[in-house]
Write a protein of this length. Structure first.
Length: 341
């Protein structure tokens, strides 16, 4: 790979090291009185949760105030859902409690804009799924049974509080609670891992490094610390060390999509063919989470003069992440490749 790729590579790495949270909102209009005829509307929405997969989440539409279930659906791979032919009125969009997430309830109303000439309308709902914290009844050591064996109850309490804050999108308070848990019990594997990951997502890479490094000794046979360590080292441009850590992670667990993805980025500038293999493997393991591997593969294909293959990868990325922050730049790149002259 030539030097001309370096700015592009650094730009791509910066784009996927952090992912922002979208705000929770609901669009609704409610006139003083309902229309005299039945008008059917459309309610669409999107379920989202801090970089986690939210496909196949059950969503229920409930008529209010009767609390009568109207329809059920499941989210698509991108978290989107739609309810068609919804009669005028007030509703609640609900998701049930799962193993990972708390239940949610979001109110939404659909009414014609003009009562004299009632016509169908649509409403959009965004739902942020709260991540379920470990229950208070869980005893020390049950979070990470083979490493967190002697966690003091006070440290566990702060860990649970921190995870609850992160699940609600409160990064600052989540970091503070997790840091307290680590201070109370420095060998706390679960707390260090989550704290380091959150600091990394906030681009506080040096702090994240200091939190994650002890995990290599605390749990040397677990892949997760090596993955996080490798990602942080890559962000700090310590490429050789990053490659070593991510390679170790794959030796411990070959099926880790993140290790393949970031190792691909670490190798991209000097070993394109090897990087390509890791990008492909990341997509095989979890195409949605590793979607940005398509961008790297598009760049590699373009460098080899394989314009159509590059376009295929760009289109694949846009289909997986149509609202991503770099989606517009990707569309422009695809348009340029379609019209090379």
């Amino acid at each position: 790979m030539t030097d001309t790729t370096r700015p592009w590579v650094r730009m791509m790495i910066a784009l996927f090291l952090t992912l922002p949270l979208a705000p929770v909102s609901a669009e609704a209009q409610q006139p003083a009185r309902p229309p005299s005829v039945i008008i059917y509307h459309r309610i669409e929405g999107r379920i989202q949760q801090r970089n986690r997969t939210v496909d196949n989440i059950q969503v229920r539409l409930v008529k209010m105030p009767e609390m009568q279930p109207i329809a059920d659906t499941f989210t698509r791979q991108d978290g989107q859902f739609v309810f068609q032919r919804v009669p005028t009125g007030d509703y609640s969009v609900e998701t049930s409690e799962t193993e990972k997430f708390e239940a949610t309830q979001t109110n939404v109303s659909v009414y014609p804009r003009d009562l004299l000439e009632p016509r169908p309308t649509s409403a959009t709902v965004f739902v942020e799924l709260p991540l379920k914290a470990a229950p208070a009844s869980v005893g020390p050591g049950e979070l990470m049974a083979d490493v967190d064996l002697d966690v003091p109850k006070k440290a566990l309490k702060h860990y649970n509080a921190g995870m609850k804050k992160l699940g609600k999108g409160d990064s600052a308070q989540g970091i503070a609670e997790l840091r307290t848990a680590v201070e109370l019990y420095p060998a706390y594997y679960a707390a260090r891992l989550e704290l380091g990951r959150e600091l990394r997502l906030q681009k506080r890479f040096q702090e994240a490094l200091e939190v994650i490094q002890p995990l290599i000794q605390i749990a040397s046979r677990r892949a997760e610390p090596h993955v996080e360590h490798g990602i942080i080292l890559l962000a700090l441009e310590r490429r050789e060390e990053s490659i070593k850590e991510l390679t170790t992670a794959l030796q411990l667990r070959e099926s880790d999509w993140a290790a393949h993805l970031y190792l691909g980025w670490a190798l991209l500038e000097r070993e394109g063919l090897k990087a390509e293999t890791h990008f492909q493997r990341a997509l095989e393991l979890d195409e949605l989470k590793a979607a940005r591997a398509h961008l790297a593969l598009a760049r590699l294909a373009e460098a080899k003069g394989e314009r159509l293959l590059a376009l295929d990868h760009l289109d694949a990325y846009l289909s997986l992440a149509p609202q991503a922050h770099d989606a517009e730049a990707t569309r422009k790149l695809a348009a340029r490749l379609r019209s090379p002259d």
